[in-house]
Design a binder for this molecule. Structure first.
Ligand code: 5AD
Ligand code: SF4
Length: 441
């Protein structure tokens, strides 16, 4: 049997898309290989949001090319956002690549690989006739958790971001299709879903006037599906976080007490240059409204350090907001200029060393706060969805709380079960405890 291997870079949308790529390859009769070296078809699902994944991909492709010299029948395929961004030059840059496709063209993978590629162009890109990857066959990582794609693309114009140019304008899936998928997943044994979109909470807007709906209504519809016990969603944009969504979060039992709320910067001046369309005060007001409605809410964020023109004062404003919000978790990024974005050509690019120095200060702060927030959970009993053995201590189990914190705990539950765990200690990223009781089989 011919075998495939998929390497995934980047965000949850790519993780979701890779499950579809795997499903398509399995439909073509290929089996999954444990490593790239064992595979006849090697797929890279790429990311281009920052420079780092680009560099990593170059190294992997070098390795794959060396293997291909020993075994010329090996197929190298490159999909995802980097492929889309480099569509004009990808085969020039990497002659060893056999097949390349953008994120909206996954459905066509079979054209090249199945039919043997005879007479078929080996690249397919473009944003005009994209397909929802959600509707393709899939191979899920875990039987009890699933990503559910609600939209593709993004209509925002954040000046640093390459996503709109590689994933196109926002397009929402119809509510009926999403709820049908969630119902099907629940029947298959899925208990936790994560609704995905580049700007997940602006979902539904462009379905008007045919369909008059918004993201809060979708949360309620998913909450009503029997068997779905946990609902998460990522990533919302603060500018689109309207009252009905907050109300749905507060009132739906399955919607978890967790939100990822990208801040990007705490300086209103920088936020303006980023074209985020909210300022520091509006962001903090939103946090207050969310906490008011959902008292035990865990808040995570994304922050970019060293955006063009960022002064010490701007950076300090970010530190202040971080302190004021008290994030439970934070992804911190060094600003990375992306060709074709507005910010890449802005004057006053911040020197690399200064960016590094600032991000180190920021990480120190976010870790201290996360450690304090997690320490506040010690002594509590938390509901945990068991995922498997602990990565660090195989004698323990690992799972996640509703607030999305990883817990390592002593217990005898099986993956997919919901248990309660008494939290006994904490670090900045994980909790540790002992199983208390089984919530439901
Ligand atoms: N440089 C650094 N970070 C970026 N992000 C997006 N574009 C860039 C860039 N050019 C970050 C943002 C976003 C996260 C997914 O990646 O913080 O929320
Ligand atoms: Fe990029 Fe902004 Fe869209 Fe997020 S909202 S994908 S940061 S353009």
């Amino acid at each position: 049997m011919r075998r495939y291997h998929v390497t995934t870079f980047g965000c949850q949308m790519n993780a979701h898309d890779s499950e579809r790529i795997k499903g398509m390859l399995e439909d073509l009769g290929l089996g999954e290989a444990p490593t790239r070296d064992d595979a006849d078809v090697v797929v890279f699902n790429t990311c281009t949001i920052r420079e780092k994944p680009d560099t990593k991909l170059a190294a992997y492709l070098g390795e794959a090319a060396a293997r291909k010299r020993d075994d010329p029948d090996r197929v190298i395929a490159v999909g995802g956002c980097y492929a889309e961004a480099q569509r004009e030059r990808i085969f020039e840059l990497y002659p060893q690549v056999d097949v390349a496709f953008g994120p909206g063209s996954i459905a066509h993978l079979a054209d090249w690989l199945g039919a043997g590629g005879v007479g078929v162009a080996r690249g397919r890109f473009g944003l005009d006739d994209r397909d929802f990857a959600a509707e393709l066959p899939h191979h899920r990582e875990r039987s009890f958790q699933a990503w559910v794609q609600v939209s593709m693309g993004c209509n925002s114009v954040c000046s640093y971001c390459i996503v709109p140019s590689v994933r196109g304008r926002e397009q929402s899936r119809r509510p009926g299709e999403i709820v049908a998928e969630v119902t099907r997943l629940a029947a298959e044994g899925v208990r936790e879903i994560t609704l995905l979109g580049q700007n997940v909470n602006s979902w539904g807007r462009e379905l008007a006037p045919g369909i008059d709906t918004e993201f809060g209504e979708l949360l309620r519809a998913c909450d009503a599906v029997d068997g779905i016990e946990r609902i998460r969603f990522t990533s919302p944009h603060p500018k689109d976080f309207r009252e009905p969504v907050i109300a749905a979060m507060a009132e739906c039992g399955a919607v978890c007490e967790q939100v990822h709320l990208p801040l990007q910067s705490g300086s209103t001046r920088i936020l303006k240059a980023m074209r985020r369309t909210y300022g520091r005060d509006r962001y903090l007001e939103l946090v207050a409204r969310l906490r008011d409605a959902i008292p035990d809410l865990a808040i995570g964020t994304d922050i970019i350090v060293g955006f063009p023109g960022e002064t010490e004062e701007d950076f300090n404003a970010t530190l202040e907001v971080v302190e004021e919000v008290g994030y439970d978790s934070a992804f911190t990024f060094v600003y990375s200029p992306r060709a074709g974005t507005e910010a890449a050509t802005m004057p006053d690019q911040v020197p690399h060393e200064l960016k590094i120095e600032r991000v180190e200060r920021l990480v120190e702060l976010t870790q201290r706060i996360a450690r304090e927030r997690n320490a506040g959970r010690v002594g509590r009993v938390e509901e945990v969805l068991v995922e498997g053995p602990s990565r660090t201590e195989p004698s323990l189990l690992r799972g996640r709380t509703r607030r999305n914190t990883t817990v390592n705990f002593a217990g005898d539950a099986r993956p997919g079960e919901l248990v309660t765990v008494l939290v006994e200690s904490a670090t900045s990223t994980t909790l540790r405890g002992t199983q208390h009781a089984l919530v439901a089989a």
